[in-house]
Design a protein around this ligand. Structure first.
Ligand SMILES: C[S@@+](CC[C@H](N)C(=O)[O-])C[C@H]1O[C@@H](n2cnc3c(N)ncnc32)[C@H](O)[C@@H]1O
Length: 299
């Protein structure tokens, strides 16, 4: 649970429809009975243990407001690191990072995939940062895709370059993309089945289990994506995955066994190895040491 004062303020902002500064300016105005009822309803949900993000109904991810509810995982700060590393890897592949070209008339040819898109947060962040790419956002969960669709509809701009597809990992993609994907990005489920019961109740009792648990080893989804990516990646091409810190070295070792030429682990904000880069078809030294300086993102 976060700081109750901060949380209460967020709930107040939500029911008042004001940002923090406007709420501060309006602090002496009495609340309408309707606003008071709405606030009470939010507080009741929060007291029942529902995560603040679901109670508010949206959460910011890299500056993008993303709708979230029980159908999707709540986007995490470490996943912002995943997106940042992915954008840096896109730049390394020669893809342009920055604003869209207002005069562009052609459909982008570079392809980026966000496998297991959930709310669509990562796909939207990639589309916003990489103006010349087409982003394929996939999920096996129809519920998650419905939330992602709502987020695309509400985002405008870059969202027109995001396409949604249903299916298990790469099976969701059209066959014509085989060998043409520059960048595969994913935050797959990576909790071991026997770890599930020990997750914090706010996670275990509220977030979708299929977004969290991978299988008996916790490595199933990571292994499947790393193994199957070779058929879909262009050369050069790169996979960027969020992984469990405890299994990050195993994931890096697997990537090396699968003959990826550059394998790196990047730390999250707490310094734990959480983002795996596995690149093929380019030059570069293989290393599993977390890069202490953090990824060279365009922040
Ligand atoms: C950890 S959540 C990540 C959600 C979102 N990308 C994020 O980072 O906030 C994992 C997502 O993978 C999806 N998923 C689970 N198994 C899948 C599979 N076999 N194929 C595609 N997506 C899958 C889940 O439905 C869930 O949306």
């Amino acid at each position: 649970m976060g700081d109750p004062v901060v949380e209460a303020r967020r709930e107040l902002e939500e029911v008042a429809g004001l940002d923090a500064a406007a709420l501060h300016a309006a602090a002496d105005e009495p609340a309408t009975p309707r606003a008071a009822d709405a606030l009470e309803a939010l507080v009741r949900r929060r007291r029942a243990g529902e995560p603040l993000q679901y109670v508010l109904g949206s959460w910011a991810f890299r500056g993008i407001d993303v709708l979230v509810d029980r159908r999707v995982l709540i986007p995490r700060p470490e996943t912002e690191v995943l997106a940042e590393v992915a954008i840096a890897e896109a730049a390394r592949l020669g893809l342009r990072v920055g604003r869209p070209d207002p005069w562009a008339t052609t459909t982008p040819e570079a392809v980026v995939c966000d496998l297991g898109t959930g709310s669509g947060a990562v796909a939207l962040a990639l589309a916003a940062a990489l103006p010349d790419v087409q982003v394929w956002a996939t999920d096996v969960s129809a519920d998650a895709l419905a939330v992602a669709r709502a987020n695309l509809a509400g985002s405008g701009g870059a969202a027109v370059r995001v396409r949604l597809a249903a299916g298990s990992w790469f099976a969701a993609l059209p066959a014509a993309l085989a060998g043409r994907v520059h960048l595969v990005v994913s935050n797959p489920p990576y909790v071991r089945e026997d770890e599930f019961a020990a997750l914090p109740p706010e996670v275990r009792d509220w977030e979708p289990v299929e977004a969290l648990v991978s299988g008996p080893t916790g490595m199933e989804a990571v292994a499947e994506i790393l193994t199957d990516a070779s058929r879909w990646l262009s050369r050069p091409g790169t996979v960027v995955l969020e992984v469990a810190a405890e299994r990050a070295e195993d994931a890096a070792a697997l990537a090396r066994r699968l003959a990826y030429e550059r394998v790196e682990l990047h730390p999250d904000l707490a310094g734990r190895p959480r983002v795996l880069v596995a690149a093929s078809g380019g030059r570069g030294r293989s290393s599993s040491r977390p890069s202490r300086d953090g990824p060279a993102g365009p922040r």
